[in-house]
Ligand binder design. Structure first.
Ligand code: TYC
Length: 102
């Protein structure tokens, strides 16, 4: 029969094996052609920002070259990148959205 000590040893082994999931930044990159209003729309639609916050981030990307949209687990970050990229392509804008490990 397993003793209390055995049970604790198993729990301890579990605990040390479980790593927190890696998180990924989703970033927008600047370009010379995508309209500012389109970038604001993207930030509102895919990153749930209000118009004021979306405008701030859009201007940061415009002025500094890139800007942070959010930080997510890998699958969610990858889905955001796909959704934004597909939306930009559909509207024939060169807007680039990328992810990188946080
Ligand atoms: N630089 C673009 C312009 O002047 C605006 C822009 C902002 C484009 C952010 C991309 O991720 C971007 N129309």
């Amino acid at each position: 029969m397993a003793t209390q000590q055995d049970n604790l040893a198993v729990l301890e082994a579990e605990r040390t094996r479980v790593e927190p999931p890696k998180l990924y930044k989703v970033l927008l990159l600047n370009d010379d052609y995508t309209p500012m209003d389109f970038v604001i729309l993207v930030l509102q639609r895919f990153f749930s920002m209000d118009h004021e916050r979306a405008t701030q981030i859009m201007l940061k990307v415009h002025n500094e070259g890139r800007g942070l949209c959010g930080i997510y687990p890998r699958d969610i970050a990858a889905t955001k990148v796909e959704q934004v990229s597909a939306f930009a392509l559909q509207h024939q804008h060169p807007l680039a959205c990328v992810m990188e490990e946080n």
